[in-house]
Design a binder for this molecule. Structure first.
Ligand code: ADP
Ligand code: MG
Ligand code: ZN
Length: 474
């Protein structure tokens, strides 16, 4: 049968304060054309000057993916005409990118791993935005000249699942490094997917189709799956040669289909040449060393959590999948929560309750509050079951954990006297069953536990109930 081959190009917008070749502020959502100057407007005579922060962030990224940094990379002009590109060319890197070969590791649910190659990563400026409104088209150049790091993978992925795992890992790496907001809705992390198929066992690369500008994990997955289907159907129908051509396609998010945007014949000849206004990027030994010290990356953090907190690999993977989640978890630990309970209450209970765009950062429950809840479960003030009621209540009300426990009357009864009183009542109301138990019907123990729990309205500490019942019945 067929094998899917996928290579991804990701544009990550670097989160510098100012643009890549001028001192205009980078912003999202400002009034149109308010953050512009002669350089990013492409006015004649204005000269670009490289922002050093962009280089620093690139070196950090190279370190994270074990890649070589080219000491002298070159900016080139990529020539094409489009209204949102006033200079008539985009400054990019072509022959010598700032970052050469690297790789990252993706983690499957079943605990397996796979290394995905990264061919190169190069710096470029973004274009502006065309806005089409009725019979008018407008151009906003606020985004023109913002720094992008384009990260190009090897065609190493074999399914949409692998593609998503790769993207999520890449996303978490740039977020851990804090070199990009990587906000997909705002377009600061966008992806072009190159997709082809081939008969299984064949090592040749077949014709690829490039699906442009995908900006959510869900759409990327759907677009790839649609495209794989389209290509395999064409192969089976004998129309592959006609229908699968090297071309750029767009994904229609409403209809869930990809459509041809332009073929190879219409592809522009970009007439790349080195930009005479910019010197080669010379990276000094000092700058290089300065930027090699990067924060702990997701894979390292995961390994540390497994060792330090005795987490299962799967749980550690979830907790370290985003920087925000890892920070939340660490805050819970420093507030005194135990790691095992913290993992469950964070990754299952809290995450499961966040709906409709609410994320861990704007969750109504912060790490301190969730840690307090976990502590009350760990010290047996409340049962795990009562904990869920407390969490539901906290999601809706701005109130402390302890006040919630009081208000809902969920405090566990661990006091021997109170539990013994209940047990005595249950036993004397069921003397027949006590006889049966004593003559060997062991199963009845569960009945006594159930009755005691019920009589305590679920508040008796189950462990205590077990202990005390065993004593009474022996
Ligand atoms: P371009 O500049 O035209 O986009 P590149 O050589 O930079 O071309 O490659 C773009 C991407 O396409 C890379 O991520 C690469 O891994 C991927 N790719 C190349 N050939 C194939 C193929 N046959 N099937 C799937 N992906 C491919
Ligand atoms: Mg491409
Ligand atoms: Zn500017």
């Amino acid at each position: 049968m067929f094998e899917t081959v996928i290579g991804l190009e990701v544009h990550a917008q670097l989160n510098t304060k100012t643009k890549i070749f001028c001192r205009c502020a980078i912003s999202f959502g400002d009034d149109a054309n308010t953050n512009v100057c002669p350089t990013c407007l492409g006015l004649p005579g204005a000269l670009p000057v490289l922002n050093k922060e962009v280089v620093k962030k690139s070196i950090m990224f190279a370190t994270a993916i074990d890649a070589k940094v080219n000491q002298n990379s070159i900016f080139a002009r990529k020539n094409y005409f489009y209204p949102d590109l006033p200079k008539g060319y985009q400054i990019s890197q072509f022959e010598v990118p700032i970052i050469d070969k690297g790789h990252l590791v993706i983690d499957f649910k079943n605990g397996e791993h796979k290394t995905i190659g990264i061919t190169r990563a190069h710096l470029e400026e973004d274009a502006g935005k065309n806005i089409h409104e009725g019979e008018y088209s407008k151009v906003d150049l606020n985004r023109a000249c913002t720094p992008l790091l384009e990260i190009v993978s090897e065609p190493d992925m074999r399914s949409s699942e692998e593609a998503i795992l790769y993207l999520k890992k890449l996303h978490s790496i740039v977020r851990y490094l804090e070199i990009s907001d990587a906000n997909m809705q705002e377009g600061s992390f966008r992806c072009d997917a190159n997709v082809s198929i081939r008969p299984k066992g064949d090592n040749k690369l077949y014709t690829r189709v490039e699906i442009k500008n995908l900006n959510s994990f869900k759409f990327i997955q759907k677009a790839i799956e649609y495209e794989v289907n389209r290509q395999s159907n064409a192969w089976e129908d004998g129309t592959y040669e006609d229908e699968v051509r090297q071309e750029t396609r767009l994904f229609d998010t409403n209809k869930g289909v990809t459509r041809s945007m332009r073929g190879k014949e219409e592809a522009a000849d970009y007439r790349y040449f080195p930009d005479p206004d910019l010197l080669p990027v010379n990276i000094s030994e000092e700058l290089f060393e300065e930027c090699r010290h990067i924060p702990e990356m997701p894979d390292e953090k995961k390994a540390r959590y497994i060792k330090e907190f005795n987490l299962k690999e799967y749980d550690a993977g979830i907790i370290t999948s985003t920087l925000e989640m890892a920070r939340f978890f660490e805050n819970m630990i420093s507030e005194g929560a135990t790691s095992k309970t913290a993992v469950t209450w964070l990754s299952v209970e809290l995450i499961g309750r966040l709906k409709g765009g609410v994320t861990i950062e704007n969750s109504p429950i912060n790490s301190k509050k969730l840690a307090n809840l976990v502590k009350r479960i760990d010290d047996k003030t409340i049962s795990g079951k009562a904990g869920k009621d407390v969490l539901d209540y906290l999601m809706e009300n701005d109130i402390s954990v302890d006040d919630t426990i009081d208000e809902l009357g969920l405090k566990q009864v661990s006091d021997d006297g109170a539990i013994i009183a209940i047990i005595d009542e249950i036993l004397s109301a069921n003397t027949d069953k006590v006889e049966q138990y004593k003559s060997g019907k062991d199963k009845l123990f569960g009945f006594f536990v159930g009755q005691t729990m019920k009589a305590s309205k679920g508040k008796a500490n189950p462990q205590k109930v077990n202990e005390l019942l065993k004593g009474k019945l022996s």
